[in-house]
Structure formats: structure tokens, C-alpha cells
Design a binder for this molecule. Structure first.
Ligand SMILES: *Cc1c(COP(=O)(O)O)cnc(C)c1O
Length: 361
């Protein structure tokens, strides 16, 4: 008797764990576990969502032309070299689906996003993990791990959950050093939190094997809407569009994202509040012996003495209605990732960790 059998690699996938959003017995929680925008979606995005309701009997655009040109305008890019996906996760999946398969290797880094090995396994490829150095992506380690089978290298810059970033020079050195038949994917999910950073768009223009991905889930506060995009050479975008479903983005998602990307005022507000509060949060925690690297993102990676202390602190924070993220699964067992919330949330986190550190609990 023949059995139905999934493709190789599928059963090796460990399901993605999202950030927790409730605590048993605690009614009012502040969720700081998924790097969401504490101020929510912008007013213009909300308005666009409501307006879209009246035309929901219509199929959405298949080419996303209107959203792509809004993105292109905002970032000074070529709209023909942009592809939109159901979150940037879907764009990452298109890349793997189109360019890797059984026998191929996909490189990701030690503290890299857990979706990378999942996506590699989805297409039957072999994920290869490369060590970082002091919570930073190490270009030499990546180059040393490249083999004739390497098809894709995933790098998050700035990194999640590390919050650190590597310089434009280092990124350029990586692009230069990779074989021309190996794609370099620059995941810029947090690029908007770095003043003046182009997310790697300049490298895309320079190297035909570099792809940049971006998302509406973080600074734009639209994680629930699921919109992301990628920017690459026209040839690559043509390939990726072939594995994309024609109606992957709903009418509502397209409208919300376009309104959000055109709302520069709200973007500036979210960026400046985040920049102010992440420094405050990190400085206050440093005063009580909880170190973190200077954050280039909308979260900090708070380091504790050891795993036991980090887990005990996490348990205590939960009792206070504060949900942060354990990152032992990212090989950072001594740390907790804390999203920069609004001022009230940041103050509550500092107060709770101070109480915890005093050993009163
Ligand atoms: C949040 C995040 C994304 C964005 O995923 P979406 O699918 O766009 O919501 C991508 N990469 C990293 C590293 C992230 O942290």
C-alpha cells in the first residue's frame, strides 16, 4: 500500500512561534513581544480600510501598480522593480520557491529570523546556520560557509532579535564576496528605525543578485493587514511574479498600505517617539544592571546574568501584565527582547524590572 507522503523537509519544520498576547488571570496586558507599533495604524490607513469596505465585491488589482508607485515615490525607487507580498514573509517565500530546492543550501545567521530555516525547508533546501560575533552579523563567517550549493543568503539588517546592524561597507563586502549565482536577501524589516538608512536599496542597484525586503508590519503599524514588498533587479522581479498568486493582496490591504506609505507625518511621529523611548528604556535598564546594545530597531535586547534570571524576570513581568519575548530559540538564552512601547509602557517595564532586580519578588 502506497502512503501519502509530504515532500522532503516538510516534517522537519518546527512551527513558527508568534509573540504571546495574553496572560491567564491578567485582564489588562501590554504586549511588547512582537515589535508592533504601540500607536497602532495611522489615521489615514484606518480611513482607507473603512472606505475599501464599499468595493469589496470587486477583485483587487493583480499588479499592485498603485501601491508600487506610492512605495517607489516615497523611497525614490523604480516601481517596475518592486513586488508586493502578503507580508515580507511571502516575498521571502517567493525567493526560496523560485531559486532553491532539494540539494541546495540556504544560509542564515545564528540570531537570524526563525522564518529563514522554515522557508528553506518548505522548498526542500538545507538551512545552514552561520555564527554571529557579539550579536552582530559576521561577514567573514558567512563567506566562509558558502559552498557550490549555496543559493541564498538571508541577512536581517538591522537584526532581530539583536537590534544591532552592520555597516554599509560590511554589506558591500558581503555582496562583493558572494558568488554571482547566489542571491543575497537583505531583510530590512526595521530599516525605517534607522535615520537615513536605505535598507540596502543602493546595493540592489549595484549588484544584480541582491534583493531587499521591507514590511508594513513594523513602523507602519499594519502587522494585522499583512503587506510587505521586495526590491530587486527587473529579471528577479519577473521570476518572483511567476510564483505569486495574482490576487495575493486584498483590496483592503492594498488601500491601507498605500495610505500608510503616503502618510509621512504619521511615519515621522512614530520614528521620533521610538528613537526617543528606546534610548530612555535602554539607559534606565543599564542603571539597574541590565545591559543592552544600542538599538537600531523598535525593540531592545535586554541581557540578564544568566538564563535563570532572564526567565524569572519574564515570569515576573507577566504577573505585572507585561508580555515580552524570550529568545532562547535564537540562541540568546540570557536575554529578553522588549518592544519599545509608548511612554507609559516603557515606564511600566522599567519599574517592574527595577522591582525584580531589587530581589523583592
Ligand atoms: C517582523 C519581521 C518581518 C516582517 O514580516 P511580515 O511578514 O512583513 O509581517 C520580516 N523579517 C524580520 C526579521 C522581522 O522581524
Amino acid at each position: 500500500m502506497n502512503q501519502i507522503t509530504p515532500q522532503p523537509g516538510i516534517m522537519d519544520i518546527a512551527l513558527y512561534q508568534g509573540g504571546q498576547s495574553h496572560v491567564d488571570g491578567v485582564a489588562e496586558v501590554i504586549k511588547l513581544s512582537s515589535n508592533e507599533n504601540p500607536f497602532g495604524p495611522g489615521p489615514k490607513a484606518i480611513e482607507a480600510v473603512l472606505e475599501s469596505a464599499a468595493t469589496l465585491h470587486r477583485y483587487p488589482s493583480t499588479d499592485h501598480a498603485s501601491l508600487r508607485s506610492a512605495i517607489a515615490e516615497r523611497h525614490g525607487l523604480d516601481a517596475d522593480r518592486i513586488i508586493c507580498g502578503v507580508g515580507s514573509d511571502e516575498v521571502l517565500q517567493f525567493v526560496a520557491q523560485a531559486y532553491a530546492g532539494p540539494g541546495d543550501e540556504v544560509i542564515y545567521t545564528e540570531h537570524g529570523f526563525s522564518m529563514y530555516p522554515i522557508i528553506a525547508r518548505m522548498v526542500g533546501a538545507t538551512p545552514v546556520m552561520v555564527p554571529e560575533r557579539d550579536r552582530r552579523v559576521d561577514v567573514d563567517n558567512i563567506l566562509a560557509a558558502v559552498t557550490g550549493q549555496t543559493r541564498i543568503v538571508f541577512v536581517t539588517n538591522p537584526g532581530n532579535p539583536t537590534s544591532t546592524m552592520i555597516s554599509a561597507d560590511e554589506l558591500g563586502r558581503l555582496a562583493q564576496g558572494l558568488p554571482t549565482d547566489c542571491l543575497m536577501v537583505l531583510d530590512g524589516a526595521y530599516a525605517e528605525f534607522v535615520d537615513g538608512f536605505d535598507g540596502g536599496a543602493g546595493l540592489v542597484d549595484q549588484f544584480s543578485n541582491v534583493i531587499m525586503t521591507r514590511t508594513f508590519s513594523k513602523v507602519y503599524g499594519l502587522g494585522g493587514m499583512r503587506v510587505g514588498w521586495g526590491y530587486a533587479a527587473k529579471e528577479i522581479i519577473d521570476v518572483l511574479n511567476r510564483v505569486r498568486q495574482p490576487f495575493n493582496l486584498s483590496l483592503t490591504a492594498l488601500s491601507a498600505a498605500e495610505a500608510a506609505v503616503r502618510d509621512e507625518e504619521y511615519l515621522r511621529f512614530c520614528q521620533s517617539e521610538n528613537a526617543r523611548l528606546r534610548v530612555w528604556l535602554s539607559d534606565e535598564l543599564a542603571k539597574i544592571g541590565v545591559a543592552s546594545d544600542a538599538s537600531c530597531t523598535n525593540f531592545i535586547l535586554a541581557r540578564f546574568e544568566n538564563r535563570t534570571e532572564a526567565e524569572a524576570c519574564d515570569e515576573y513581568l507577566k504577573t505585572q501584565g507585561l508580555i515580552v519575548r524570550r529568545v532562547a530559540g535564537y540562541n540568546l538564552p540570557n536575554a529578553l527582547r522588549i518592544t519599545v512601547g509608548d511612554e507609559n509602557a516603557c515606564r511600566r517595564v522599567v519599574a517592574a524590572i527595577t522591582t525584580f532586580k531589587r530581589g523583592v519578588v
